[in-house]
Design a binder for this molecule. Sequence first.
Ligand SMILES: Nc1ncnc2c1ncn2[C@@H]1O[C@H](COP(=O)(O)OP(=O)(O)O)[C@@H](O)[C@H]1O
Ligand code: SF4
Ligand SMILES: [Mg+2]
Length: 341
Amino acid sequence: MSPTAEDPVLAVQDLRVTLPSRQGRLAVVDGVSLELRAGEILGLVGESGCGKSMTGAALLGIAPGPSGQVSSTAMRLGDLDLAQLDERGWRRIRGSRISMVFQEPQTALDPVFSVGNQLQEVIRRHRQFNRRQARTAAADMLASVGFADCARVMRCYPHELSGGIRQRILIAMAMVCHPQVLVADEPTTALDVTTQAQILHLLRDLARRSGTAVLLITHDLAIVEAICDRAMVMYCGRISEEGPTRALMQYPRHPYTAGLLAAMPRLSPGQVEPVKGIPGSVPAPGQRPPGCSFSKRCERADDLCRSQVPVLHGADPAMPAAVHRHACHHPLVHPIGSVTA
Ligand SMILES: Nc1ncnc2c1ncn2[C@@H]1O[C@H](COP(=O)(O)OP(=O)(O)O)[C@@H](O)[C@H]1O
Ligand code: SF4
Ligand SMILES: [Mg+2]
């Protein structure tokens, strides 16, 4: 059967990332399944230490250090079986079919090469282009991320540019080979609010125009609200809730999502409402309680929560990705008719 627009470009089942410890191997990513469709932006959100960056890196075949291990029961990028790739195979597709943008625009660019050089280097690594073709493609890409004077930007060195401009260039580098998937890990965290908004709109615009599917990793639900079509909430290496952004934010079922929402600063006329944080902090991978890993911070926790791991309710592979799912024994209840699933 030929692929349709509804087919996911990336489909991952039961992704696990493990690290060695004195207690045996610990799962920092513990059974994450996700699907991404062309042009959509999926937010992966949660507090620091929940396993978001490990998940993002694993999607590019990157394990945490030499003793970290990545596994899954299925991992496909279009017609390509990622689970079968060796390191050489990953190098061929990283930066071309699937690429990544990180939080730190400072360190991700090489200080000794001009922007033009670095951009052309990415193109020539993946495409059989001569210098002139690579230069033209680089200039075209810079124009599509909003630079008017591409020739001048190409001559610049990273230290001559602001954080926002550098991040724009990194996005250009990640997108220049027209990847099917872009993983953006906290791409705006280091930027001021205005620049942050510009970069987020650029990402949304690029995803829509190019059809690239974006996994946007963030600790900030306001960013999810601003640009994501769907969201997955991650806690202690697992997905605690997922669904269309609006449904998830208006009618959160999982107490952790509700806690993140309550911790979001909101402006009401004339004042900023006080923010209610979630008590406690994310336990380290070796200190997670049995059963639901959120139980020590949850007002609803009971013996069932403390003994049995809640599974994603409705996590049936045959169900459409737009479904709202939660992994909680005692989910929040909303008025009849207001909830999608
Ligand atoms: N190199 C490492 N060795 C051992 N544990 C690590 C390493 N890097 C991260 N971790 C742990 O793995 C967990 C997930 O980290 P990470 O994916 O970076 O979380 P996030 O991006 O959500 O902040 C955290 O608990 C962190 O302490
Ligand atoms: S399973 Fe229990 S402890 Fe976990 S989030 Fe739900 S109610 Fe809270
Ligand atoms: Mg991170």
